[in-house]
Design a protein around this ligand. Structure first.
Ligand code: SF4
Ligand code: SF4
Ligand code: SF4
Length: 597
């Protein structure tokens, strides 16, 4: 045996009189450098629990643990660091999507309990939490581009007088570049009403596997061409990348997948073959987003499905409430034709309540789903609003989609600040441009510019097209002369809600304006027509706030055979309708097949 090796442990005794260098010694401080990478700090109010730090840590030193209730844009998780594994590389800090994670310059820690070397920065309080020395992500240093890839669009001049689709779509290079920005955190999925597999389909774009992308879209959303264009994209409002830069263009990436897959190949890609109709059948009232979504999933489950549609084409408010420059009719048809090709039967121009009663449908079918939407306009109730030249945006948008002639006036005032108000404002502006060669539309809302309910881009684009958008004014009366409106009287609106959060507009009656317009359009919300529900049925149903029928999580009403969803229950928006229809299909299947696993 080597005698030197045998005696080596004893050489440690040679250090017994030296100062320790790895143990904090109050008499001999050895502070870390100002930018040393020491123990972590986390501003837990800023952190959103996206888990990107956990994903990047090669040492698996980070576990996400639940510390608070999850809410929109925040998973409720926070990183716990295991200093038995951490190598202090600071990758987690550099990639943090909110800049909440930093490192102190403290690097010594004395404890006898090994568990103390695993803690949740910011939650388990430490001496270094308040200091500001240590490692922070250097400014202007990002792992990902903070700017979204711009989608080309028609110029305002090209848009004027034209209903051609204004957004041109992403090229392959643009879509892949935008998809590269996604950190796959999944924060968006929780906020999407349909809980779409967003990081998964964005990954499919990165992998250039658009057929896989389409399969992921159809798992939860059978209207991807439509949603890829006009979804209200609530997911983007919470996207982790939006904390430091632009959120990912989730909606446009969805559109890219749908645009690139030809409809003739859908059945093959989605592996749909030989659907056998069961002996049970379901009636659906209304071919809007919720009805079409329910029909799609029910027919895949093997039910015989028939839709009863009041108008002459399918699509509901998607076709009759959204202008073609935002949602071209051939793209609506692409989504709907595929659903109908699965064997869904549809009968047009049927009015439930007069042509066939709801009661009868309940007897003829094993279940009924109703998604009749919000097709009625709401009146402001101000003086002059009953005049025949004062219109509802819902009626005008429907007439425009049906190709009916509209008497477009040379000067128009639109009352309303939501997306529907912007849709009618911009549609009428296009028609004015075509007819008179100039635009003269004023749109006004009670809300201030910052609080307008319309999407920001809608307001910006409306202005680019020559419309005047005047937020923060309350309509008082419509001036009528010789049976024709001459304009709208407004006063300044200073606030909308009182201290208790109740709707209670406060106006300054001394600050007045008069806006000339011989055509006035009211666009302050939509109402539902559920007159097809008889009084006898109403007694058996439960009603909640705003006259909405109460349903359970599967959109089943207290009449067990009747399910209701879409705008008459939730929303209003297309993606809630799609999610409701899907959930109702699952609920109907559970009811009709209680023994199913
Ligand atoms: S510093 Fe590096 S090793 Fe430590 S937790 Fe962060 S990523 Fe993981
Ligand atoms: S990356 Fe940042 S925001 Fe996301 S969980 Fe980690 S510390 Fe929180
Ligand atoms: S789109 Fe945004 S929120 Fe969704 S997974 Fe990607 S980075 Fe996260």
């Amino acid at each position: 045996m080597d005698i030197k090796k045998l005696l080596t442990p004893l050489t440690a005794w040679g250090n017994i009189t030296k100062d320790p260098v790895t143990i904090k010694d109050p008499l001999n401080e050895r502070p870390g450098a100002d930018r040393y990478r020491g123990f972590h700090r986390n501003d837990t109010d800023v952190c959103i629990g996206c888990g990107t730090c956990e994903d990047i840590c090669e040492n698996e030193a980070i576990d996400m643990v639940a510390v608070c209730a999850s809410k929109d844009g925040d998973s409720g998780l926070r990183p716990m660091i295991d200093y038995g594994r951490c190598c202090w590389c600071a990758l987690c800090v550099d990639i943090c999507t909110t800049n909440s994670l930093t490192m102190s310059n403290e690097y010594t820690w004395l404890a006898t309990d090994p568990d103390e070397f695993r803690f949740i920065p910011g939650i388990d309080k430490k001496d270094w939490d308040e200091g500001d020395k240590g490692w922070k992500k250097p400014e202007n240093y990002e792992f990902y581009s903070l700017n979204r890839v711009h989608m080309e669009e028609l110029s305002p001049e090209e848009r004027n007088g034209s209903f051609i689709e204004m957004m041109k779509g992403y090229s392959k290079e643009q879509a892949e570049k935008e998809a590269d920005r996604c950190v796959e955190c999944g924060i968006c999925t929780a906020t999407c009403p349909a809980h779409m597999g967003i990081p998964e389909y964005i990954k499919a774009i990165r992998n250039d596997d658009l057929e896989e992308g389409l399969r992921i879209l159809y798992d939860t959303n059978p209207l991807p061409e439509i949603c890829g264009r006009i979804c209200t994209h609530k997911c983007e409002t919470v996207c982790s990348m939006g904390h430091k830069g632009d959120p990912i263009s989730i909606r446009w990436l969805k559109r890219y997948i749908a645009d690139q897959n030809p409809s003739e190949k859908y059945k093959e890609i989605l592996e749909v073959e030989n659907l056998q109709a069961k002996d049970k059948k379901v009636a659906i009232i209304g071919a809007g987003p919720s009805g079409l979504s329910a029909a799609h999933y029910l027919v895949l489950m093997g039910y015989e499905v028939k839709i009863f549609e009041k108008l002459e084409k399918a699509g509901g408010m998607m076709r009759y409430g959204i202008p073609e420059y935002r949602l071209p009719y051939d793209q609506i048809d692409k989504d709907i034709d595929y659903i109908l090709s699965l064997g869904v039967d549809i009968e047009y121009n049927v009015n439930i309540g007069t042509d066939i009663t709801l009661d009868q449908l309940g007897k003829d079918y094993d279940a009924v789903f109703s998604g009749t939407g919000l097709h009625l306009g709401r009146s402001t109730g101000i003086d002059g609003s009953e005049n025949e030249h004062v219109y509802y945006s819902t009626d005008l948008l429907r007439q425009i989609s049906q190709g009916e002639d509209i008497e477009v006036a040379e000067s128009i005032v639109v009352i309303g600040g939501g997306n529907v108000a912007m849709d009618i404002t911009r549609s009428l502006a296009r028609m004015q441009k075509e007819k008179y060669g100039k635009v003269k539309v004023i749109a006004t809302s009670l809300e201030t510019e910052a609080n307008m309910p319309a999407d920001r881009e809608e307001v910006v684009e409306a202005r680019e097209e020559g419309c005047i958008i005047n937020p923060g004014w309350a309509p008082q009366s419509i001036e009528i002369k010789d049976g024709i409106p001459t304009g709208l009287h407004v006063v300044k609106c200073n606030s909308l809600f009182d201290k208790e959060g109740r709707f209670n507009p406060q106006c300054d009656l001394d600050v007045k304006e008069f806006w000339k317009g011989v055509m006035i359009v009211q666009s302050i919300g939509q109402g539902m027509d559920i007159s097809y529900i008889t009084e006898e049925m109403k007694e058996k149903l439960e009603f909640g706030p705003r006259g909405r029928v109460q349903t359970d999580e599967y959109f089943q009403t207290s009449l067990k055979w009747l399910f209701m969803g879409g705008d008459i229950i939730e929303g209003p928006d297309v993606i809630h309708g799609i999610a409701n229809g899907h959930m109702a299909a699952i609920g109907i299947d559970r009811m009709l097949n209680p023994d199913k696993e």
